[in-house]
Design a protein around this ligand. Structure first.
Ligand code: COA
Length: 182
């Protein structure tokens, strides 16, 4: 199975989810400069134009290779990219994993909540996904609050699950099922 780009595009009053473009390098540069984002993603820890372009190529390849779908979170009014939502396929039928980030200057204005709400609803209603999973480190209070706000259910703690800075840390696993939003 592969995901296709949502058609029509997913859009709210503040954010649009769209395909990545080579014009989005400023967003990758800002994400690279963030202390957290490069740790849990393939955003380059040290930005350069070739690394930024390679990152964008990898996002486009997620769809063409069947790994899932990486969407830029863009400002609705300007179309400038401010972040990313990833919907990742795995080998189990109907399962999908969720990832997301915003560059620092875009945070705190409900853009994250709106972007994840649109992506989650779309993947659970417009594809054959029935189970969407997100994993968050407990100290990431904004991300935990976002998932709870959107009705994700806490399933438990996966102990020493994620490598961050050479340390295996716990994550809280959340899920949203198609039946949760019916
Ligand atoms: C997590 C992230 C996407 C949230 O996006 P955002 O647009 O800033 O968040 P929102 O404005 O939609 O707020 C979401 C919730 O977090 C709360 N929140 C936002 N910023 C917060 C902060 N700094 N401290 C505590 N709570 C915060 C909001 O009050 C809201 O909760 P509520 O609905 O109960 O009021 C963003 O902070 C981010 O990109 N962080 C770095 C990368 C990351 O952590 N990605 C997720 C990995 S699992």
């Amino acid at each position: 199975m592969a995901f296709y780009y949502p058609d029509p595009q997913l859009e709210s009053t503040s954010v649009r989810l769209r395909k990545w473009s080579v014009n989005d390098l400023a967003c990758i540069e800002a994400a690279s400069a963030d202390p957290e984002i490069p740790q849990g993603t393939t955003v380059p820890a040290v930005y350069s134009e070739p690394e930024g372009l390679a990152f964008i190529e990898r996002q486009l390849a997620r769809q063409t290779s069947g790994q899932g779908l990486s969407l830029a979170i863009a400002d609705t009014a300007t179309d400038v990219a401010k972040g990313l939502v990833f919907l990742g396929l795995n080998r189990i039928r109907g399962h999908c994993r969720l990832g997301y980030w915003l560059i620092p200057d875009a945070r705190g204005h409900r853009r994250g909540t709106q972007a994840v709400a649109m992506a989650s609803r779309w993947v659970l209603t417009e594809t054959d996904t029935h189970r969407l999973v997100a994993q968050v480190v407990p100290k990431n209070v904004a991300s935990v609050a976002l998932l709870r706000r959107l009705g994700f259910v806490e399933e438990g703690v996966l102990r020493s699950w994620l490598w961050i800075k050479d340390e295996a840390v716990d994550v809280i696993q959340f899920s949203l099922l198609r039946s949760d939003i019916a």
